[in-house]
Design a protein around this ligand. Structure first.
Ligand code: ADP
Ligand code: MG
Length: 694
């Protein structure tokens, strides 16, 4: 039995929403929406609430009629208000939408992947008959623009022609959005699905790509049309009625009281670091340092807003560079599983938005510009794991600096000017261009990444695949154990009477079993990020400063390279904050600083040691070439210049080599450096083995 009517709604509004309506009247017409909590409707009348879910179109119409007809004490009249139902208790997963949901009121949660610009849409078109001047009003629905068939005027009745009169037509702001399932709702590497949403009037323009939202509305279906005509398949579109933006960190992860007790107990455990490290990628053997760094990245430092308006990121960026087949991709996949809001993608990215964001004009926007979020925007407040970072697009490369340091992505293209948020940590993996990592080549060049970008990483690890009997044996045994456990388990599930006991499987699984289950670890991380904000103690501060100054001192001698820059100091602070968080501590102590100094040194030694002098040299990362190399390059250029003057043309290779040898540069190095200078465009080969400085 139908219950809804404007009267019922008026009654509801007066009893439950009178205050809110008076408030709305104060700000009308700037504000036009009344948010109604679904639970209030249920409390008022559960039958009405149910009717609303099943016949939303009709019931919402009653609600809107009742609201605009309501008698207000003030001198205001509502003519253009909307009732927006929010906070539905149940949300449907986008992938689970079925035909039975069509024309029902539903709520979905997810990320805004794309949003068009806000543009006017005609809702009531005025047509003037060119013969009799009569104006016919034509209400416009979704989709095709409808024109009058014949003139409304009885005495005329002709079939036009008609002219659209803009001044007498009614327009409304409209926007189209694409919502993508939240990565946290996906299990086991499923591809996220999307749903398109139409919003209008004051609902248009309130969200940006990357926002986490709950969108409620009426699910509609539109017939697909192909070149052969209409199809029997229909597409789903949500007619948006309300949008709730979830902007608090991890409010989507629920932690029960009992779980909090477990978390607090784990925090007190003296073995907590070990336990966390052994819970990261247990099926991957070794890499304790990398795993420890990944652990700190998951817990993350603290983002700070300074009074002058600047913001310092708390997220830790890590880059894994290395030979193929050393489990880089596997480590990344693990990172995604553990991080709240983790996203895995490849630099070669399948989507047009790439890693950052893009503005395009395509069919989605029907001629409007669309802003589309890439991985770093979708991973806002989470972890972006980007594999094959060396293969990223040129467009991304230029916006990555801003994305990593300021954690925003600005887009200024055509009509679109937007700044999207990318407050995420980046865990990247890169393969060297020539297959294997070469210690004597600058990293920047090997992975095709500008030094300025490379220097934004707090930690870089080089994973090389050098054969070593002891390590190889250990890895081989570990891999075989993992496979053996898997084999047992598959046999037991598939063969009846296999005789394999669960105990046996559990025992075999032990080596690859995380100490803390992934689900629990995610909650542990979410909890610390929500509630633990440690502060550095004097002793710890002193230790960091001493360490930094100690390293810098080595650079005081003008002939020495600059070993570290302030960037490394910032990295140390962020990591120390994360380290304190792991044991739920409100204080950063020397225990934390000692730990992070060890990790940072391990990374620095790998990436910033000049292989020729054995000294730390920050230029290897920041400039792309160590000091000893630069000095040699300079000497070589001088030699070539001298020779080209002497020969009044170009310098022959033999002479360059013999003069360089006089200055103590070996023949191999000379040939190598000449190739480098040539490809850097600093010298040219005029003819065979004859060079000139540019
Ligand atoms: P990459 O991305 O570095 O090229 P992958 O992540 O694809 O390498 O790893 C290749 C395979 O080798 C994976 O199946 C991985 O499990 C295995 N593997 C490599 N190193 C190890 C290790 N240390 N422990 C266990 N498995 C490993
Ligand atoms: Mg890989």
């Amino acid at each position: 039995m139908a219950l809804s009517s404007p009267q019922v709604w008026e009654d509801f509004f007066k009893r439950y929403y009178w205050e809110s309506i008076l408030e709305l009247a104060k700000y009308y017409p700037e504000k036009r929406s009344l948010s109604v909590n679904f639970s209030d409707l249920e409390r008022f009348d559960s039958e009405l609430a149910r009717e609303f879910l099943e016949h939303p179109e009709q019931v919402l119409k009653h609600a809107n009629e009742a609201l605009s007809a309501i008698d207000l004490p003030a001198d205001v009249e509502f003519t253009n208000t909307h009732v927006r139902i929010v906070a539905l208790p149940e949300r449907i997963q986008i992938r689970e939408l079925r035909s039975s949901n069509i024309n029902r009121f539903i709520a979905v949660s997810g990320l805004i992947r794309k949003a068009t610009e806000v543009r006017p849409k005609i809702i009531n078109a005025a047509f003037k008959c060119q013969r009799c001047e009569h104006v016919t009003m034509m209400p416009q629905g979704e989709g095709k623009f409808v024109e009058p068939f014949e003139c409304e005027n009885d005495v005329c009745g002709r079939k036009g022609p008609f002219k659209l009169v803009h001044e007498e037509s009614e327009f409304i702001d409209a926007q189209k959005l694409r919502v993508q399932e939240s990565p946290d709702d996906l299990r086991g590497g499923e591809q996220p699905q999307t749903l398109d949403v139409d919003v209008d009037d004051d609902l248009a323009g309130i969200v940006a790509p990357g926002d986490r939202v709950v969108v409620s509305g009426i699910l509609r279906s539109y017939q697909r049309s192909t070149q052969q005509g209409k199809s029997t398949f229909f597409d789903l579109v949500l007619d948006g009625v309300s949008i709730e933006i979830e902007d608090k960190e991890f409010e989507d992860i629920e932690i029960s009281k009992e779980e909090i007790e477990n978390i607090l107990a784990l925090g007190k455990d003296p073995e907590v670091y070990k336990k966390v490290i052994y819970s990261i990628a247990p099926s991957i053997y070794g890499y304790e340092e990398v795993k420890e760094a990944m652990a700190l990245q998951l817990f993350s430092g603290i983002a700070k807003a300074l009074p002058d308006g600047t913001r310092i990121r708390g997220d830790v960026h890590i880059l894994l560079v290395g030979d193929p087949g050393v489990a880089k991709s596997q480590l990344l996949r693990y990172g995604v599983r553990l991080a709240p809001r983790g996203i895995y993608t490849s630099g070669k990215s399948s989507t047009s938005a790439g890693l950052t964001a893009t503005a395009v004009k395509d069919e989605f926007g029907d001629g409007r510009w669309t802003l589309e979020a890439g991985a770093l925007v979708l991973a806002d407040m989470g972890l972006a794991c980007v594999d094959e970072l060396d293969k990223m697009e040129a467009d991304d490369r230029s916006s990555m600096h801003e994305a990593m340091e300021q954690q925003t992505i600005s887009i200024a293209k055509a009509g679109i000017m937007a700044t999207l948020k990318s407050r995420c940590a980046l865990l990247g993996a890169a393969n060297p261009k020539f297959g294997r990592f070469d210690r004597y080549e600058p990293i920047a060049k090997q992975i095709n990444m500008p030094p300025a970008l490379l220097s934004r990483f707090d930690l870089i690890f080089i994973l090389t695949d050098e054969p070593s009997v002891s390590r190889d044996t250990a890895i081989a045994e570990h891999i075989l154990k993992a496979h053996y456990a898997g084999e047992l388990s598959v046999r037991r599930t598939n063969v009846i009477g296999s005789g394999i006991e669960m105990d046996e499987i559990m025992k075999a699984m032990e080596v690859i079993q995380p100490v803390i289950q992934a689900d629990m670890l995610r909650k542990y991380i979410a909890y610390t990020k929500r509630s633990i904000f440690p502060i550095i103690q004097d002793e710890a501060r002193k230790q960091l400063i001493d360490f930094y100054l100690g390293l810098r001192k080595q650079g005081e001698d003008p002939n020495s390279p600059v070993p570290v820059t302030a960037r490394q100091l910032e990295a140390l602070i962020r990591l120390a904050e994360a380290s304190a968080r792991v044991r739920l501590s409100n204080e950063i102590t020397t225990e934390d600083t000692a730990r992070v100094i060890r990790i940072v040194m391990a990374s620095l030694k790998q990436v910033m040691t000049d292989p020729e002098t054995g000294k730390l040299d920050s230029d290897i990362i920041n400039v792309g070439m160590g000091k000893s190399q630069r000095v040699k390059a300079k000497t070589l250029r001088e030699i070539i210049r001298e020779l080209q003057d002497e020969y009044k043309g170009a310098a022959p290779l033999e002479d360059i080599i013999s003069r360089a040898e006089e200055s103590g540069i070996k023949k191999d190095t000379v040939e190598d450096m000449i190739q480098k200078l040539k490809s850097a465009g600093e010298i040219i080969e005029v003819s065979n083995e004859r060079f000139r400085v540019v």
